[in-house]
Design a protein around this ligand. Structure first.
Ligand code: GLC
Length: 731
């Protein structure tokens, strides 16, 4: 049967090619090179058809498939794209059929959607994924997301978000890979590979979208959508790297940002969009605006009306208009008025068509009909989601090795997050369902229920001032040997438009900890959040603390695996946890400052509570000294560095070695240290593993200036791993 299917598909393809050849329509001929097809198609298009290709509306958000006739009326057959909010192929296929059969040239639409950390199989938020330091696993998770999305009618995800972010008050810190440029670059590239694979026309791959280009994470005060003050030097040495690496990795699209970059909004910024992205980096895909980012140019004070906003965005280099209704209303006039050259429109349309051809949409415009069971929550995919959740969890504190729970037979599970499911999904959870989530309590029952008595009390709500449930929590705690206290944030407290003035949990949650502390029982504190938290008070009250983030549908299995000792925690922080909110901005790679012995806070410590890459294990790792292939080198030399790590404990574990460099004297003041490489390996109990860093001198020792030009200067450099360092003299 399968051979017949393959045979008939080949016949169909051949017939299509023959018919296209027969009427000599190159763009319909799949045997032709994509560039020839693009040129042929654009040459056939009217200005109106070209402009409609540059617009994106929504579909399915408030629509249902029963009133498809109404929907089809509002969507022009020549429209370029929609954001697809449904999770079935049916409605998509009906709208696509209109594009293919009711338009003059039969150009397929591209269907986009925010698949940020899973489509239906929701895995940990991106900030958590980075704590796994397992880029291969992140790639696998993104491939799962791509499979579920493409099979549900989505061809294009507005992901990965690679905005370096250091201010936890900004809710979108949850959506990126933390405070380090290199980490955002590595995980951004891994995501692109997972989404796009080697061939985007594969029916289980989607086009990626690097966002939000660029500098959104510098939002002042952590307030969303506001001003970002970014010097050219900081633009290049902090924010641009993940985008440059993502474009090199073949990201099909980018999304322009809301924020203005020191006065010039990213969505009207020809320097980043045209001079750098198109001319210097040679990106040949397209840029879509963020939702409404073009019309916002008016409120940002750089456009008097929607038409001028469209003119500024389009000429700056934004090819597609997401829900601004600016290009569809004004671009034809702007061309006819001579304000926008037709050549610029043609270039924009070619970029959109190029991505559509690469996605195979002209040959396969429709999504095959499958059941939800065939698409979603496949066992192999659940395993990937669970492993990523397990490897993302960070053990912050473990006094007297109270964890894992191997001695206790009577455990209290308390707190608003103990039986919660919805909030463990995190923000941007796409089609994730609360019922798919295993709660922490249920995970513990499944993992330990046979040998441990588990008792539950809610203790308090996430916020408010209702202490009426404290007494029951205290009573349950008094009858137990240890308290697993599950606190944290609601999913809506992070993500877009979710800024908070403090990283501290609501007072009611801290008061519950104080109340339970009075019982004298040891407290294992589990924290589920979309941002770094202010934990200096809770740290003193707890015997162990884990940041579990928002682990997704496999939360319960992952948390229980770690608490029981089935899994040895291997997560390490991808973002600094400040001692208190007042320290913000605080991050590991701060520039060297004038006086390190002065300038301290008078009222609080000046160091963070938990540093970037902090994370404990149930075993012990001993680090040897760094060995270098040479310590005196000149340009062009090869340099490799090794370090051997021994697992001197009783438990196998996965350890990540982070390699930093430090350049004490340079033309510009460089950070106190900079992450340049990391590697994670399994090290069995009693064994040792060697980790190697192959240095590329330009890439790893060099720095970029405010124009993006890379420099490598002679002098002394230090390579640092934990408290080990070695000096390298570069001639
Ligand atoms: C939102 C977000 C962006 C998202 C887009 C489409 O405003 O800023 O990240 O991809 O709109 O939902």
């Amino acid at each position: 049967m399968r051979n017949f299917k393959v045979f008939s598909a080949c016949i169909l393809l051949a017939l299509t090619a023959i018919s296209a050849k027969a009427d000599n329509v190159i763009y319909k001929d799949a045997s032709q090179p994509i560039e020839k097809r693009v040129e042929d198609l654009v040459a056939r298009m009217t200005l109106e058809e070209k402009v409609l290709q540059l617009n994106q509306y929504t579909l399915g958000r408030n629509d249902n498939v029963n009133n498809v006739a109404e929907i089809l009326k509002k969507l022009p057959a020549e429209l370029g794209s929609v954001i697809y909010f449904n999770s079935d192929p049916d409605l998509r296929n009906q709208v696509q059929r209109q594009a293919m059969e009711k338009s003059r040239l039969g150009i397929p639409m591209i269907f986009g959607y925010d698949v940020i950390h899973g489509y239906r199989t929701v895995y940990p938020i991106s900030l958590a994924q980075a704590c796994s330091w397992n880029s291969g696993l992140v790639e696998q998770a993104c491939a799962v997301a791509a499979q579920e999305a493409r099979m549900s009618g989505v061809d294009w995800t507005f992901s990965p978000m690679v905005d370096v972010a250091r201010d936890g008050r900004w809710g979108r810190v949850s959506e990126g890979y933390g405070e380090d440029p290199y980490a955002n670059a590595v995980f951004g590239v891994a995501s692109i590979k997972g989404y796009q694979g080697n061939d985007m026309s594969d029916s289980q791959r989607v086009a990626a979208c690097l966002k939000h280009y660029v500098g959104y994470g510098a939002s002042e005060g952590g307030r969303d959508y506001v001003y970002t003050e970014i010097s050219p030097q900081t633009l290049w040495d902090t924010y641009m790297l993940p985008y440059e690496e993502g474009v090199k990795a073949g990201a099909a699209t980018l999304m322009s940002c809301f924020n203005d970059i020191s006065g010039t909004p990213g969505t009207a910024n020809s320097y980043i969009l045209r001079e750098i992205l198109k001319n210097r980096w040679k990106h040949d895909g397209f840029v879509v605006s963020d939702w409404g980012a073009i019309q916002q140019l008016r409120s940002q004070g750089v456009a008097k009306d929607l038409k001028e906003a469209g003119l500024k965005a389009f000429t700056a280099g934004v090819e597609m208009d997401m829900m601004n209704n600016s290009y569809d209303k004004h671009l034809v006039d702007l061309v006819n008025e001579g304000k926008v050259p037709m050549a610029m429109v043609d270039d924009a349309v070619k970029r959109v068509l190029r991505v559509k051809f690469r996605l195979g949409l002209f040959e396969k415009p429709y999504t095959s009909t499958t059941t939800e069971k065939e698409r979603f929550l496949l066992p192999a995919n659940l395993k990937i989601a669970q492993q990523l959740a397990e490897e993302s969890i960070v053990l912050l504190k473990n006094d007297n090795n109270i964890l894992p729970l191997t001695k206790q037979s009577n455990v209290a599970v308390i707190g608003p997050m103990a039986k919660d499911k919805l909030n463990l999904l995190g923000s941007w959870s796409a089609h994730g369902k609360q019922d798919d989530v295993t709660s922490i309590y249920d995970g513990l029952v499944a993992e330990l229920g046979k040998k441990v008595k588990l008792s539950y009390a809610e203790g308090c709500e996430f916020d408010g001032d209702n202490t009426s449930k404290f007494a029951e929590a205290v009573s349950v705690a008094n009858k137990s040997e240890v308290i697993i206290l599950c606190l944290g944030e609601k999913k809506g407290w992070s993500g877009e438009n979710a800024s908070r003035s403090t990283l501290a949990l609501p007072k009611i949650q801290e008061d519950l900890v104080l109340e339970l502390k009075k019982t004298g029982k040891p407290i294992v504190l589990l924290l589920s959040s979309g941002r770094p938290l202010e934990l200096n008070r809770l740290e003193k009250l707890s015997d162990a603390m884990l940041e579990i983030w928002q682990p997704g549908i496999m939360s319960g299995q992952a948390v229980a695996g770690i608490l029981s000792g089935r899994v040895n925690p291997s997560g390490k922080l991808s973002i600094t946890f400040p001692y208190s909110t007042g320290q913000i901005p605080i991050y590991y790679n701060m520039r060297q400052s004038g006086r390190t012995h002065q300038g301290k806070y008078q009222d609080i410590p000046t160091t963070p509570l938990y540093e970037f890459t902090h994370g404990l294990s149930y075993t012990n790792y001993e680090y040897g000294d760094i060995k270098a292939s040479a310590t005196k080198i000149k340009r062009g030399d090869k340099l490799s560095l090794d370090i051997t790590v021994s697992n001197s404990g009783k438990m196998d574990g996965k350890e990540t070695v982070h390699w930093f460099i430090y350049d004490p004297v340079s033309t510009i003041s460089r950070p106190v240290k900079e992450l340049k490489h990391f590697e994670k390996q399994l090290i069995k109990a009693g064994e040792s593993k060697t980790f190697r860093f192959e240095v590329d001198l330009e890439r790893d020792f060099g720095f970029v200036d405010g124009t993006g030009k890379r420099f490598l200067e002679s002098g002394d450099y230090y390579v640092i791993v934990k408290d080990k360092k070695i000096k390298i003299e570069l001639d």
